[in-house]
Design a protein around this ligand. Structure first.
Ligand code: PLP
Length: 377
């Protein structure tokens, strides 16, 4: 069945007693037992809650994995996956990484003797050369933030399989609608569902899916032990958002393509990073492995003074962090999302003081372009 159909029907038929078309919000902490040693399958909501379970089964189906897990945020999902590793283990990580992930790895997990090497994961040889005897995983963003580099998930997964290390894909920017990492050989996917999956800038949530049922048992043990689970209300909101994932992304991508072309031809725009443009280095690869190019655009203006002007003067597009929702947002990565990354690393990656990032929403593209045009003037 197509992903758009599967997504629209998450939670349908959950409640056979009433026939409710959407999964009810089971706002309960605990569940009554019918007898000693008997359980309805639910005992306590940290261990399992029907609304959360509908979401977890939904994302597992979209990705084609054994089991899905819902967490209180994308960071909680990533932190939980790192609990699969032990002191001394080493991970290879995408270098132009989401800033919060970098902070989690370097400021917290490095204290527990995990070590991380940051490489350009769009360069297969760089990844191969970074593998050490103690390397246990590759953590890769399928489309990177903010510079939208494209990783070759199929080749990276093959390399991981050969070297017996886990391939973990942060697929937040593409979602299973555009790219299915398991079809390309990956082992684990992780999402900030706060972004495209929930899609309405109304909830913070994280999801992970594990392909192998045995590894999934360990992730479940860790999820239940740590307890950073998503509550029933937010699980419901995430399901509700995911139902329209396909049509939102279709529209967002269409808008993004038009805006990227418009920016590309603007006299005061230096560079446009959008994989949908044929000159983008990842264009052909993404065309091969994904259904689309997403709706994130980064661009450099010709002078730093334009940064504040654009952030302050756009009216339809809001100056706010986050991405993936129906409302278009603009941010300044150097000062916001990537502020925790060391300045030398930022400079090497190209996250500079003229770079802006645009998350294109579902508004009319004429209105979005007119908004940018007036802000430039
Ligand atoms: C936002 C984001 C995260 C973190 O997710 P939260 O839901 O904000 O905790 C992780 N990875 C990527 C690529 C993101 O964009």
């Amino acid at each position: 069945m197509n992903i758009s159909t599967q997504a629209a029907q998450i939670g349908l038929d959950w409640d056979t007693r009433t026939g409710a078309v959407t999964v009810p919000i089971y706002q309960t902490a605990t569940f009554r037992h019918h007898g000693l040693g008997q359980s309805t399958g639910y005992d306590y909501s940290r261990s399992g809650n029907p609304t959360r379970q509908a979401l977890e089964e939904g994302i597992a189906r979209l990705d084609g994995g054994a089991r899905g897990f819902a967490f209180a945020s994308g960071m909680a999902a990533i932190a939980n996956l790192l609990l699969l590793f032990k002191r001394g283990d080493h991970l290879i990580v995408t270098e132009d990484l989401y800033g919060g992930t970098y902070r989690l790895f370097e400021k917290i997990f490095s204290q527990y003797d995990l070590s991380f090497t940051y490489v350009d994961t769009s360069d297969l040889e760089a990844v191969r050369n970074a593998i050490r005897p103690e390397t246990r995983a590759l953590f890769v963003e399928s489309l990177t933030n903010p510079l939208l580099k494209v990783a070759d998930i199929a080749s990276l997964s093959a390399l991981c399989r050969e070297r017996r290390i886990h391939c973990i894909v942060d697929n937040t920017f593409l979602t299973p609608y555009l790219l299915r990492p398991f079809d390309l050989g990956a082992d684990i996917t992780v999402y900030s569902a706060s972004k495209y999956l929930s899609g309405h800038n109304d909830t913070v949530a994280g999801l992970a899916v594990v392909k192998d049922p045995i590894l999934a048992e360990t992730v479940y043990f860790n999820q239940n032990s740590v307890g950073a689970v998503l509550g029933p209300q937010d699980s419901w909101l995430t399901i509700r958002g995911m139902k329209t994932l396909a049509i939102r992304l279709d529209r967002q991508q269409k808008n993004a393509r038009r805006i990227a072309e418009w920016l590309h031809s603007h006299a005061r725009v230096h560079k446009v990073f959008y994989p949908g443009l044929p000159e983008h280095p990842g264009h052909e690869l993404l065309k091969k492995q994904a259904r689309g190019f997403g709706a994130m655009i980064a661009f450099e203006v010709d002078d730093h003074s334009l940064v504040e002007r654009l952030l302050m003067r756009t009216k339809v597009i809001s100056f706010a962090e986050s991405l993936g929702g129906v409302e278009s947002l603009i941010t300044f990565p150097e000062g916001q999302t990537h502020a925790d990354i060391e300045p030398e690393i930022r400079a090497r990656l190209g996250i500079n003081n003229v770079l802006l990032r645009l998350s294109v929403g579902i508004e009319d593209s004429d209105d979005l372009i007119a908004d940018l045009a007036q802000a430039f003037e």
